[in-house]
Write a protein that binds this ligand. Structure first.
Ligand SMILES: Cc1cc2nc3c(=O)[nH]c(=O)nc-3n(C[C@H](O)[C@H](O)[C@H](O)COP(=O)(O)OP(=O)(O)OC[C@H]3O[C@@H](n4cnc5c(N)ncnc54)[C@H](O)[C@@H]3O)c2cc1C
Ligand code: SF4
Length: 478
C-alpha cells in the first residue's frame, strides 16, 4: 500500500457540479470531473483497512451494506492511487460490466459502509468509479468482448434494462447466441426512458448498446411480446427465455378526480420528455407555466421535479406521507447500513435555488383531485404519527392549487399480462416467482425488478449476472 496516511492528509473531494441556477437551463449532465492527479489523490484516501465493508454487498433489514456487485474497491483504489489507470479499470470490470452507469446513478451504499464514514467522510468511491470508466472509454481500454466460439444454444431475453443487458453480456461471453427483445424503440429500459438525461445522458446508454452489438448480442426493438402466441413462438425457437421485464405497474391513488386531465403518472411524464429530447432536441412542454404537485418521495419524484423545472414550471410542491427525516443516523440505522437520513438530492437542490424555498411538504394525505374538466387543485390534510401509524389530523384539510399532478409513488410489481402470456406464476408481491432464478415454467427464468420488485440499477446488474450463470448451469450441466 503506497500511501500510509491517506485520509489523514487529504479531505474528501467529490466531482464539482455546475451551479443549480445554471444547470436548470438545459438537460445536460452537470458534473465537472476532477483532473486525473486530484482523482488519484482521492483514491489514496482509501487505506485498504483490512476489515473493509464497502464491498460486502449484503442486505440487512431492507438496507444495503456495501456494494451489491462486490466491487473490489480497495484494490482498484490502490491501483488508481499509483496511477495504474488501466489495471485499476480491469479490476473494476471484473465485477461490474457497466461502471459508466453505476458511476453516474448508483446511490453508493459502498460509501455509507466505508470505514472512514464511521466518524468522518468516506472515500469518494462512486466518483473514482466513474473516472475509471470514462477514462477507459477515452483510452480505448473497453473493446467488444466476444466468446471464443458459439456452441449453438440460443437464448431470448425479454427486456433491455440493466438486468437484461447484464444477462446478455454474460451469456454472450459464455458462447450463447443472445437475442434481446424490447418493446420500446430504443434499448436500455429505465436507463433510457426513466432516468433523465441530467443524470445519465442517452449517448452513454447507446454507447454501451453499440458495444454489446459489436460483441455479438442481437437487439430486436419495437418487439412487444404481449401475447401467448408470441411467447410460445419464442419458447419453440430458443433454448431458454429470460424475463427482464421490470416492475412497471405504477402505484396509484384511487381517490375522487383521479381521471381528471392533469393527473399523470411520473413515468409517462419522464419518458415523454426524453422522447421529445431525442426526437427534436427540445423538451416536452407538459409542465410549462403550470403549478406542479409531485406526490411521492423517491428517486422518481426528484427526477420529476428536475424535469418540470427545466420545462419551466411556475411552481413545484412535493407531498410525502412520512415526517421529515433526521440529519443523523438513528440507533436502528447504524453504520455500516446504508444511511437513512435527510438528504437534498439534485432536483430538490435545484428547486430550492429557483424558488428560494424547500418544495417538500411532509405528512400530507392526498384526499381528492379537484376540477371540472381538468385539474384545478388538490385537497389534502395533515398527518401525525400515533403509535407508529399515520393518523389524519381532523380539520386540517386544505386546497392546494395545482394544474399538473405527477404520481411518483413507486411500483407494485409486474404487469399482469406477463403472467398470462408467459404462463409464469407471480409471488404475493406481484413479482415473477422464482426458485434460484427459474420461474414456474422450467424453460423461463427471470431477473432484475421483474423478479425482485422495484430496486436499483446496481442490483439489477447483479441479478442479471447471477441469472446468466444459473441459466448456463441449467443448459450446460456444468
Ligand atoms: C424514474 C426512475 C428513476 C430511477 N433512478 C434511479 C437511480 O438514479 N439510480 C438507481 O440505481 N436506480 C434508479 N431507478 C431504478 C432502476 O432504474 C431500476 O431498478 C432498474 O432499471 C431495473 O432494471 P431492469 O432491467 O430490471 O428493468 P427495467 O429497466 O425496467 O427494464 C425493463 C425493460 O423491459 C421492457 N419490457 C417490459 N415488458 C416487455 C414485453 N412484454 N416485451 C418486450 N419488452 C418488454 C421494458 O420496455 C423495459 O425496457 C429509477 C427508476 C425510475 C422509475
Ligand atoms: S456500484 Fe455503487 S455501490 Fe458499487 S462501488 Fe459503485 S457506487 Fe459503490
Amino acid at each position: 500500500m503506497g500511501n500510509v496516511r491517506g485520509f489523514l492528509d487529504f479531505k474528501k473531494a467529490n466531482n464539482q457540479k455546475i451551479a443549480p441556477n445554471e444547470r436548470v437551463k438545459n438537460f445536460k449532465e452537470f458534473i465537472k470531473p476532477l483532473d486525473k492527479k486530484e482523482r488519484e489523490i482521492q483514491a489514496g484516501r482509501c487505506m485498504d483497512c483490512g476489515v473493509a465493508f464497502c464491498h460486502t454487498g449484503k442486505m440487512s433489514e431492507g438496507k444495503d451494506i456495501g456494494c451489491p456487485l462486490n466491487n473490489l474497491i480497495p484494490e482498484w483504489n490502490d491501483l488508481l492511487y499509483r496511477s495504474l489507470w488501466e489495471e485499476a479499470f480491469k479490476r473494476l470490470e471484473l465485477t461490474n460490466p457497466f461502471p459508466e452507469f453505476t458511476g453516474r446513478v448508483c446511490p453508493a451504499p459502498c460509501e455509507d459502509s466505508c470505514v472512514c464514514a464511521i466518524n468522518g467522510e468516506s472515500v469518494s468511491i462512486k466518483d473514482n468509479e466513474l473516472a475509471l470508466a470514462e477514462n477507459a472509454f477515452k483510452e480505448g481500454f473497453i473493446t467488444p468482448l466476444k466468446p471464443q466460439k458459439y456452441h449453438g444454444k440460443k437464448i431470448a431475453i425479454i427486456g433491455s434494462g440493466p438486468a437484461g443487458l447484464a444477462c446478455a453480456y454474460s451469456l454472450n461471453l459464455l458462447g450463447y447466441k443472445v437475442s434481446v427483445y424490447e418493446r420500446s424503440d430504443k434499448a436500455g429500459g429505465l436507463l433510457m426512458y426513466g432516468i433523465p438525461d441530467m443524470k445519465l445522458e442517452k449517448s452513454v446508454v447507446q454507447r454501451r448498446i453499440a458495444l454489446l452489438e459489436k460483441s455479438g448480442v442481437e437487439f430486436k426493438l419495437n418487439q412487444n411480446i404481449n401475447s401467448k402466441e408470441k411467447a410460445n413462438k419464442l419458447l419453440k425457437e430458443f433454448d431458454a427465455l429470460i424475463l427482464c421485464t421490470g416492475a412497471s405497474e405504477p402505484n396509484t391513488l384511487n381517490i375522487k378526480g383521479k381521471d381528471l386531465n392533469g393527473v399523470k403518472f411520473a413515468m409517462d411524464f419522464l419518458s415523454e420528455n426524453t422522447k421529445s429530447l431525442l426526437k427534436n432536441s427540445k423538451p416536452a412542454t407538459t409542465a410549462k407555466g403550470k403549478n406542479v404537485l409531485v406526490i411521492g418521495s423517491g428517486d422518481t419524484s426528484v427526477d420529476c421535479i428536475a424535469v418540470a423545472l427545466r420545462q419551466g414550471a411556475k411552481s413545484i410542491t412535493r407531498f410525502e406521507r412520512s415526517p421529515k427525516k433526521s440529519e443523523l443516523r438513528s440507533k436502528d440505522n447504524p453504520w455500516p447500513l446504508k444511511a437513512d437520513i435527510f438528504t437534498t438530492d439534485y432536483g430538490l437542490e435545484e428547486a430550492r435555488a429557483v424558488y428560494q424555498k424547500d418544495v417538500r411538504e411532509y405528512q400530507k394525505l392526498t384526499k381528492e383531485f379537484v376540477g371540472k374538466d381538468k385539474l384545478e387543485g388538490v385537497l389534502a390534510s395533515d398527518l401525525k404519527r400515533e403509535n407508529g401509524k399515520n393518523v389524519e389530523i381532523k380539520g386540517s384539510e386544505k386546497l392546494y392549487k395545482a394544474d399538473l399532478v405527477l404520481l411518483a409513488m413507486g411500483f407494485s410489481g409486474s404487469e399482469k399480462a406477463i403472467s398470462v402470456n408467459f404462463g409464469v406464476k407471480f409471488d404475493t408481491k406481484n413479482n415473477i416467482a422464482t426458485t434460484n432464478y427459474q420461474s414456474s415454467h422450467e424453460k423461463i427464468f427471470s431477473c432484475g425488478d421483474a423478479r425482485t420488485g422495484q430496486s436499483l440499477v446496481v442490483w439489477a446488474i447483479k441479478d442479471g449476472l447471477k441469472c446468466a450463470l444459473r441459466v448456463h448451469k441449467e443448459l450446460s450441466g456444468e
